[in-house]
Design a protein around this ligand. Structure first.
Ligand code: N01
Length: 539
């Protein structure tokens, strides 16, 4: 049946929404369970985040040898990474390689956005409708929609009047963009802005960076990956992956803190931060045990990085504007290649929106309370409706009248980030309430996919067809997620982790901050206890 027809629905054991890292591995596992599956992907190609975020400078902030699948040893031994931190094109090539290697494409429908998913209690099946009108039913519906895939352009006054070109980093045109000779504005200085700004600066005639909140960023110290380093890492891959799975962040190479920042004197602290700075990783918040729980401890690291920024930016006034004020690590720490040095270029101007708030667009550019800026193009590096945006964009409901949008109206509610009470056989991969975005997400994806696959195997063993989170377990988990977050400095920051970047979004800390290894143990214990907090039955 072709998309766009109103022919009879097709049927599969499972529908998977999204063909990024999560959807591809889920499909592979479903096949190995002998289940039929259909993956729907809105993009014109597979890759998820790494398909959409193809802006110049896009690069992973976790080392390539760790930011990759671990489920197949031959795959991890045979794939060659060329750089310490892989660029977006290289990661996309890897994803394509995986799809070919495991023959995944034949069950993936591209250019197809899922519009709704409705659970029918009588049949125990989900009916999934695409925006082209195709209908498919499946026993299980698995959301592999990604945590950062609903790109967000704020409602800037006058945007519709602007005659120049506009781009969002998370929806970058496939053919690329040539800014040569242009006057370009970039709005946003989070991870995406910090990566794209140095690249645009090299090409454009003039670049104006419109910054509302400065972010902490550390030098990536990216470099080609030497053959010895690659060989040596691959020789100990099994052990390294195990350490990553049991670690707090899903990264084997991150430091494991052993004592408070105040257990050592200021010069020793500075030396430790200096080593970290020179090392080129983002995990500065993991140097001491209390950096993310104690404001005074945190300030020792934050001040260290602020001093580095002052030293890198020649104009002291510009440097002052670039100094972040939040606790370091409570918003994602960025990893950059020449970001702060970009402000020393004669063709780059920082527009500090805290000093001159943005009024809006004119037909020819942007206006602040202090000046107007004529621009040929504007890049929105303004982020995403994170964690819930792509899920709630789909109308997910049951025929008994439950709606996920209503259920999550005051913030996402899940049991372990995997399921939501009232929505049988609906799974989330790296859903809210799981470590996901606070970690090496591929480690979390593999853990969730494996957990779901084991759960489906257990259902089959029980001759059951339905599983659902209980309301009591969901309530307990939501309370636990909040309680653990409230022991840290995270909820203080106006971050997208808190939903603070989307007007009207409930202010709730969405990921689970208890650590990847600890979380895995909880999920495993739940399964060993006969899927405690879930109820299963036959039709
Ligand atoms: O988005 P962000 P992102 N007027 O939300 C500004 C991952 N990622 O796409 O902070 C003016 O962090 C906003 O300002 P403020 C990573 O997890 C990873 O950069 O709201 N400015 C902020 O500066 C990351 O955390 C990689 O005051 C406005 C920026 O836009 C996540 O994706 C690379 C505004 C948005 O920053 C999201 O990063 C890229 C307005 N109305 C992304 N609205 C790597 O692996 C928003 N802003 C390296």
């Amino acid at each position: 049946m072709s998309a766009g027809t109103s022919a009879a629905p097709r049927h599969a054991d499972a529908v998977v929404v999204g063909a990024g890292f999560a959807g591809l591995y889920m499909l592979h596992r479903l096949r190995r369970l002998g289940m039929s599956a259909q993956v729907f992907e809105a993009g014109s190609e597979i890759g998820g985040t790494w398909f959409w975020n193809r802006y110049p400078g896009a690069r992973c902030d976790i080392e390539s040898l760790e930011y990759s699948y671990s489920f197949d040893d031959e795959l991890q031994q045979s794939w060659h990474w060329s750089e310490r931190y892989a660029s977006q094109p290289e990661i996309l090539r890897y994803i394509h390689h995986v799809a070919e290697r495991f023959d995944l494409r034949r069950d993936i429908r591209l250019n197809t956005r899922v519009a709704s998913a409705v659970f029918d209690d009588a049949t125990g099946r989900w009916t999934v409708r695409t925006d082209a009108g195709e209908v498919m039913t499946a026993r299980f519906c698995i959301m592999a929609t990604g945590c950062l895939s609903a790109a967000k352009v704020p409602a800037f006054p006058g945007l519709e009047r602007f005659g120049g070109a506009t781009y969002h980093t998370g929806l970058w045109p496939e053919g690329g963009v040539d800014f040569t000779g242009q006057r370009v504005g970039v709005i946003g200085t989070g991870s995406s802005g910090i990566q794209v700004i140095p690249m645009v600066a090299k090409q454009a005639a003039r670049l104006f960076v419109f910054q509302r909140t400065p972010h902490f960023s550390l030098p990536a110290r990216n470099r080609p990956l030497g053959p010895d380093e690659e060989r040596e890492t691959k020789a100990r891959y099994a052990g390294m992956r195990k350490v990553a799975r049991e670690s707090a962040s899903g990264v084997a190479g991150y430091p494991v803190p052993t004592h408070s920042a105040f257990a050592v004197d200021a010069s020793e602290r500075k030396a430790a931060y200096e080593r970290h700075w020179n090392d080129g990783r983002t995990a500065i918040g993991r140097v001491y045990t209390d950096l993310l729980t104690d404001g005074a401890a945190n300030e020792t690291a934050a001040d260290f990085v602020r001093d580095k920024i002052r030293a890198m930016v020649r104009d002291p006034d510009v440097a002052e504007s670039l100094l972040p004020r939040h606790y370091i690590g409570t918003k994602r720490v960025c990893l950059d290649s020449g970001y702060f040095d970009t402000y020393n270029r004669p063709n780059v101007t920082l527009v500090d929106l805290r000093r001159q708030p943005l009024v809006g667009f004119t037909s020819r550019g942007l206006r602040t309370e202090a000046a107007t800026y004529e621009l040929d193009a504007v890049v929105f590096a303004t982020g995403f409706d994170a964690m819930t945006g792509s899920l709630l964009a789909i109308d997910i409901r049951t025929d008994a009248g439950a709606s996920l949008r209503e259920h999550w109206a005051a913030g996402p509610r899940t049991q372990l980030g995997l399921m939501s009470a009232g929505f049988p056989n609906l799974f989330f991969i790296t859903g809210p309430g799981s470590p996901s975005v606070l970690s090496n997400v591929i480690v979390c994806i593999e853990q969730h996919v494996d957990w779901i696959a084991d759960c489906l195997t257990e259902l089959k063993r029980r001759h059951h067809t339905r599983i659902e989170a209980t309301r009591a377990a969901e309530d307990d988990w939501v309370e636990h997620v909040n309680e653990v977050a409230n022991r840290t400095l995270f909820p203080i920051a106006n971050s997208w982790y808190m939903g603070a970047n989307v007007p009207g979004k409930p202010r709730v800390f969405m990921p689970y901050v208890g650590g990847v290894g600890a979380y895995r143990n909880i999920c495993d214990a739940v399964a060993v206890d006969g899927y405690r907090g879930f109820e299963s039955c036959g039709d």
